[in-house]
Write a protein that binds this ligand. Sequence first.
Ligand code: ATR
Length: 271
Amino acid sequence: MTDRYAVIGNPVAQSQSPQIHAAFARATGQDMSYTALLAPLDGFAETLRQFKAGGGKGANVTVPFKQQAYRLSTRTTERARLAEAVNTLKFDGPEILGDNTDGAGLIRDLTRNLGCAVACRQVLLMGAGGAAQGVLGPLLAEAPGALVIANRTADKARALAARFAPLGPVSACAYAELAGSQFDLVINATSAGLAGEVPPLPPGLFAAGALAYDMIYGDRETAFLGYARQAGASRFADGLGMLVEQAAEAFWLWRGITPDTAPLLAALHRC
Ligand code: ATR
């Protein structure tokens, strides 16, 4: 029987996950379906319950339900607990296993697809919301030389840095305080780009050969990558590779097979 999976969000129609998982399933010969499920803003738990009761095997969870999915999980992985958010659920009888593959997806995209090591590098992470929190643990696990969190609301960045300090060399500041610093890797985890905006970065932030990475993606160059191009970054990547890699990690959790992401990334004109 065909195993059923879904991505649950609101909005969800724009999600590329159904196409990505369909490509993985074809390539690995897995008998599974994967659809997009729109949950009412106040109805995530009920949508999830119905999908599970109807025979669903697992689900991805996207905005704005990742924190709720974390709370509804009966068991969580360590990386989900660090992120305090879940983007991948696996149903096993009455049990709901909650995992978070976002950070692993980012690291795999950086280190494998883009050849950008994080170890010993100076890393700037912009943003202190759910997206930033989801990748902090995996970034620190790569042992960067320093990781600075900058955020419009600096206190939120400071609170995050304090929480993650036991895991590595992390500090926090407001954007203006970055003046005079240089970074090898600058990651945009803010939602500013959704409104075509860029955080107010001081000039001269990009070290020689620096990679600018935007966790969002779209049909056109993102606002942050456009900014980075004229501000002296050397390399540029949007979040499409992270999306594909977090999906591959979820696919492994569900099916026990790691799909080859290279053909899909090439088809999406990423590599
Ligand atoms: P997400 O789950 O996408 O991280 P979020 O938790 O609402 O969403 O967090 C959004 C992040 O983008 C926050 O860090 C926010 O900064 P504040 O904490 O100061 O609100 C940041 N952000 C949103 N719009 C921004 C803008 N125009 N300039 C700079 N930062 C912005």
